[in-house]
Design a protein around this ligand. Structure first.
Ligand SMILES: Cc1ncc(COP(=O)(O)O)c(C=O)c1O
Length: 441
């Protein structure tokens, strides 16, 4: 079986959405059905080139993987890393982590309210709070758990939470797990948000939640409109700055800086898994908010601290973000180069504002074929399907970073244009304020 073989799998059989809903008698019935679908996909050669490819070295602008067919090493240009500035490989960051690795070991096996509270964690929390000009910050083991922890601590059943339809899965889950009333509003639409907030007749608190930069589409949330809608309804505003921190704004401070609105986010959540190049999540805000979350965000209370060497590496990464603005400049000139080349070749990304350059492909079957063709061309992008996006709006997610070379960017634009023509990618621009209320994530 080689990577260029044509698939004959009908769309229904390859759709992950098939397994999300529906009933089955036994708990494992769905798993057995899914397993059969997976085997079918694997036998056709498309799946192994996209999901669970084995990396043989670091994630960088170029990666080496084990080819699933020949088992030999294969080099790919990689557009599937969230390390926008390449800081996970930066010598200063690696050295800072290594020093603490030698001093404190590779783990911090206790909760942060107990013995897991150490000077490297303190230093990280202070660094993050200062970076965002907030009074305090609290660290979580991941960005996912940060959103779950914050939302389930803040919201109760009689509260109301309004979240953008295309916000990250962890926000959807956090709102659902909290039991609060509310739901989703149309994507990046402050007027729809206002209308939705007006339906709230309860007497609890209200919260508006959005991504700052949308992780799948790369577009920026309309912060001014969302802030004023929240103010009119007396709601707090929470923004997930996972893809904005270190990227957006003149100094990389994120969505607030992009719009010239310092301090306008009430609950500022972020991750260390993107620009900081590591793992972990955080929330920054007033001391009152953070002191409360420190004791009531169960995802931070009932779990071990981040390893000290990781805390030290991240702290250094935040320092480098400020010390080396040329990294962000290179990131944006790379983004501009790829967007311009794609547009010149007739391919329109959903958004041209951020380094997440997503292209609508259509069905999941087309996505698998397009991703396989890219692999054959020596390129790795993100293949995004349901439940991250609606089943008929699958995406190629091309994430640019500061380490890509001009040649890599130009070759990739040409390859994508060829594959878009071959598979007839839809020319329609993505409908951002879609009336389709099908739930994603
Ligand atoms: C917007 C957004 N929020 C939260 C997360 C979760 O972050 P982590 O990977 O650090 O758990 C992600 C990760 O992809 C994300 O894109």
């Amino acid at each position: 079986m080689n990577g260029t073989q044509k698939s004959s799998t009908p769309a229904a059989q390859t759709a992950l959405s098939h397994f999300r809903r529906g009933r089955s008698a036994g708990l494992l019935d769905r798993a057995h059905g899914f397993s059969a679908m997976l085997e079918e996909l694997k036998s056709q050669g498309a799946y192994p080139t996209q999901y669970r490819l084995e990396l043989l070295g670091p994630i960088d602008h170029e990666i080496t993987v084990r080819d699933p067919f020949t088992k030999e090493p294969k080099r790919l240009t990689c557009f599937d890393s969230n390390s926008y500035l390449g800081l996970h490989l930066h010598p200063r960051v690696v050295l800072a982590a290594r020093r603490v690795l030698d001093e404190a070991g590779y783990g911090t096996p206790s909760a942060q309210l107990l013995a897991g509270n150490n000077r490297w964690l303190h230093e990280l929390e202070e660094t993050v709070a200062q970076y965002h000009s907030r009074e305090a910050a609290l660290v979580f083991p991941s960005g996912y758990s940060a959103n779950i922890g914050i939302l389930t601590a803040l919201l109760r059943k009689n509260d109301f939470a309004a979240r953008d339809r295309f916000c990250h899965a962890s926000i959807h889950d956090g709102c659902r797990f909290s039991g609060a009333r509310g739901g989703t509003f149309a994507h990046r639409d402050p007027q729809a948000l206002s209308r939705f907030l007006a339906t709230n007749t309860g007497n609890g608190g209200s919260l508006v939640v959005t991504d700052g930069v949308f992780s799948m589409h790369g577009s920026v949330a309309p912060l001014p409109g969302l802030r004023s809608a929240a103010d009119k309804a007396g709601a707090l505003l929470m923004v997930d700055e996972a893809h904005a921190t270190g990227v957006l704004g003149r100094t990389g401070r994120g969505t607030e800086e992009h719009f010239g609105m310092p301090g306008k986010i009430d609950v500022l959540m972020g991750t260390f898994s993107k620009s900081a190049g590591s793992v972990g999540g955080y929330v920054a805000g007033s001391r009152v908010l953070i002191d409360y979350l420190r004791f009531f965000a169960r995802a931070a209370v009932f779990t071990a601290s981040l390893p000290s060497c990781v805390c030290a590496g991240i702290t250094e990464a935040f320092r480098v973000m400020d010390a080396e603005p040329q990294l962000r400049e290179r990131l944006f000139s790379n983004k501009d180069r790829l967007v311009t080349a794609l547009k010149d070749l007739g391919v329109s990304p959903i958004s041209a504002d951020t380094p997440i350059i997503s292209i609508v492909v259509g069905s999941q079957e087309t996505l698998l074929l397009a991703g396989r063709d890219l692999y054959v061309e020596g390129i790795r992008c993100g293949s995004v399907s349901y439940p991250a996006v609606p089943p008929d709006s699958c995406l190629l997610r091309v994430t640019v970073n500061a380490r890509h070379t001009d040649d890599e960017l130009d070759r990739t634009a040409e390859a994508i244009a060829r594959i878009a023509a071959r598979h007839n990618f839809p020319s329609r621009p993505f409908s951002s304020a879609s009336s389709d209320e099908q739930e994603v994530m």
